[in-house]
Design a protein around this ligand. Sequence first.
Ligand SMILES: [Zn+2]
Length: 373
Amino acid sequence: MKKSFEITASDSHSAARTGIIHTAHGPIHTPAFAPVASQGAVKALPHSMVKNLGAQLILVNSYHLYLRPGIKIIKKFGGIHSFISWPSPILSDSGGFQIYSLTPLARIKNDGVEFSSHLDGNKIFFSPENIIQIQQDLGTDIMMLLDYLLPYPSSKKDIQEAVRVTTQWAKRSRIFLQKNPTSQLVWGICQGGIHWDLRRQSMDELMDIGFDGYALGGLGIGEPKTQFMEMVERSGSHLPKHQPRYLMGIGYIKDILRAVECGVDLFDCVLPTRNARNGTLFTSTGKIVIKNKKYEKDRRPIDKGCSCYTCKNFSRAYLRHLYERQEIGSAILNTIHNLHFYLDIFQKIRQSIQSNSLGQLKCSIINEKVEEE
Ligand SMILES: [Zn+2]
């Protein structure tokens, strides 16, 4: 394991911390938010805009890139950074979530998972080893292990089996990495559903093998919020303090703030970008559904307190018109705003931890009702 993470400040009222994840393509200041670029692009935005909005890293998906354009092509271009022309850090997800959510007939074996492509039905076999090989060929900065994730609800017995398989695959991944060393960071994914004994077992087993960081997987998939939060809180106390923690796929600001207080360092979610394309915009006083008729003549920006390009230049009426006419510009301008909204909150989170005022920030954001779920 490499020393890839340093803590730069700690909140005195919670387990929140700021830190730096050092990668081959530069530092990531945490807590950080990774915009989702499954196919190698944040939908609707060129990379320069994503970068200017304050994104420090993006997330690509091994499964999607394996299917299209194929790893061979990306390798020919010298890896994912040069293929997509994004010189900053990239995290690659292993694709586990996509395999189980897009291909319901996936068959789990001790040496990997067999499933049918969601595109053409072709049989594919992914092993823990070839998932690492794919990510080594992509050349991403942080790669995730193949894990076995079950939907909610699943029986405790099945989740126990998922934990066993996830650990088994993690061991195989470690052996493969010993034979094929890499400077890329390798993070494990803990499973266990909402059963603390299983989740703790999953973390302990992965920590015994030893990885550069640990992700909490299999959460935010429909389980009750109290149980979700209990898992995040207890995991935050259990995971090694001096390694980064990643809560996968969680995007509600309230959940993010609470998870930051539990010591989570990294987040990703499609929420800001997908909602933007659907015309749902986040503001400091609640969500706006831009297609609503009440915005037809509204001269105001989406959020009068927002400093993004969209808010500085365009009215709600114009954005509604673009959305109604299905103009590409609608997705672009809405995504600029929503991504700015998220990345700005993360900047405020980092600043508030450093000035020991995360509690005040949390109160002010939650009182403003930024979202209703
Ligand atoms: Zn804005």
